[in-house]
Design a protein around this ligand. Sequence first.
Ligand code: NAD
Length: 345
Amino acid sequence: MNAPQSLRVERGTRTGQPVIISVDSTQLGPALGGCRVKPYPSWREGLNDALRLSAAMTAKAALAGVPYGGGKTVVALSPGTAAHYADARRGDLLADVGEIIESLDGRYITGPDVGTSPDDMTIIGQHTSHVLCRPASAGGSGDSSAPTAAGTLACIAAIRERIFGGRPARELTFAIQGLGHVGSLIADNLAKQGASLLVADPDPRRRQLPSRWGARTVSPEDLLTSQADILVPAALGGILTPQLVPALRCRAIAGPANNQLSDDSVANLLHARGITWAPDPVVSAGGIVGSVAREINRLTKPEVAKQLAAIGDRLGIILDESARSGLSPLDVAQRQIRERLAHRH
Ligand code: NAD
């Protein structure tokens, strides 16, 4: 991993908590990336996360074709302080973050991530204008689950076209891992299209959902190796491992979960087994595409929908090039990233 373009690590003036902002790249434009707030054994682990996640945002933005770079904020809470900063001192913590972001003069734009919400963005927004995804009532585009689901569904359509000869969703079986914000929207849409669904989510609060879709519930352990046409990871990162690949019984994989590969070599293993893996930085780009389109470019709803649908076209180009060249979809995507960063378009 290259060094970031710039890195800020400082203790918030109000709370003393370490705030880390990694601006990985502004080569294509200001760096976009959410604000993560969670406890870490030490701030150095938070720093590692900030470096890794900001680089991933550079890749995601470049592949999405938006004129932005990648960044990330990590507030590495000291062990045992999470409850304190979830409640009484939340405002102070977010004010610290907002002030530091403002001092970067627009080189970095934040948004929600693990441990922060659209409401938190309203508080950060009292200290900086460089913030996206405030609730609609505060002038923002709010929660990004719906555009993320829309981008994923566009990719699933691109896969149906290329890998399944244009067969409609009602003729296919989908295995969906995770029925949270994004996974449940995807399941809902696919069920409405008449698809057969296998689903898994260990959270008891999601237990009622599958019956609504006529879906079959599978244990989280069995879901990934279930017989299905398309596997949709919508829960965790790191699930696609060298050990799992031989046991998979799907023809394609496309889901919004970030960082699905345990390491990049898994992309080649999937490719060699004839399983089409849609790179997750492409599939999961709906959040940034939607918020840039709505909040920065002020596009109308139909225009935003068009941009989200274009995420499927972008995946289509990658899959076509993969079929033509014999390279894995990940190799094609990585080449696209290098070319976009080199030519700045
Ligand atoms: P979420 O927390 O709302 O939902 C995740 C769900 O996965 C939860 O219901 C959880 O119980 C379930 N889960 C956890 N372990 C599981 C397992 N072993 N098997 C099956 N289910 C399991 O998260 P979300 O917002 O729906 O996001 C889903 C994924 O998409 C995450 O990886 C996230 O990083 C990624 N993503 C989300 C967005 C967004 O806008 N929300 C944008 C880009 C990427």
